[in-house]
Design a protein around this ligand. Sequence first.
Ligand code: PLP
Length: 366
Amino acid sequence: MECNFRLPGPTPLPPRVLAAMQRPMMPHRGPAFKELFRDTLRLARLAHRTDHDVLIWPASGSAGWEAAIVNLLAPGDPVLATVCGDFGERFARVGEMFGLDVRRLDAPWGRAIAPEDLHGALAANPEVKAVFLTHNETSTGVTNPIRDLAAVVREHGALAIVDAVSGVGALPLETDAWGLDLVLSGSQKAWMCPPGLMIAAIGPRAWAATERSGYPRFFWDFRAARASAGEGMTPTTPPLTLIYAFHAALEMILEEGVERVWARHRRLGELTRAGVVMAGLRLFADPVYASDAVTAFLPPPGVAARVFLARLRDEHGVEAQGGQGHMANAMVRVGHMGWAHEPELRAAVDAVAAVAAEFAAPAPDA
Ligand code: PLP
């Protein structure tokens, strides 16, 4: 049996998305494309819970970090990077590469960033212009309390820039109601599409910041993308097949209902965590902030993650992932975002339990 958990790679695709991708090419400056693209952006605004702009680039999620920096900031600007895992770390590093004055607020891996700590860090760094936040830290299976963190950022008057690559579309996120200035994601996670689109929801304060940016920008220029979107187009050739896919996926999400999609993920998260605990394994994330999009757990004591993963794959056809950075071989992660449902998750959790039991059993000649 092939199970569909391929973090950090793409999640499986719904048949309707696959079918949409078979659609023939169309002229990307013609009326049919304009209609489709306008509708895609409309649906994307609904899914992001925003009345402001959502724009799309051909790219993977990581491009969002660079696009955020070159559009909203200037070299030397002080920013605060919140880091509780490998993706927060990468965002901070990109800031350094671009010559920002990156201050950090770290939380131990497995924990979330605490709003009171953010408050303290901003009080100590009052000149900070933007805060980098990670909605769902995919490397540790932690969902940060973005609503509360963004409220602290708001109070301070900085921009809230949210990497929601593995969160939006799966977990509660209210772009406008929570005052998020920029929400970044990639098509291959909860959006149930192939990799290849970077999606950005851009609020009014972020638009104001684009006027003050001090970086050259061409491909990632938010203003150029907005001007083209006003005409139902993109500044450069759009990846048509991916836009067909994204439109179909957004229709599915909105037909299911955004809140129902969140509730489905909550059930999948609960089911997975309960299964892991029943298998006698230790969850990695602080239970209060455990992600409903990805579950991280420790392999049995003395067993390397790569050995555990090989058994899952070879004996049960379940493709899970190890950890990242210093946890590469010390953590197992099962993704349950996007096109994920209870039957596959139950099968995956049963496989985890079976492999854990094999390691718990005494060796035959012991
Ligand atoms: N941010 C988060 C939270 C992620 O999970 C990922 C990928 O897994 C990225 C950023 C980078 O996205 P990509 O690999 O699509 O460039």
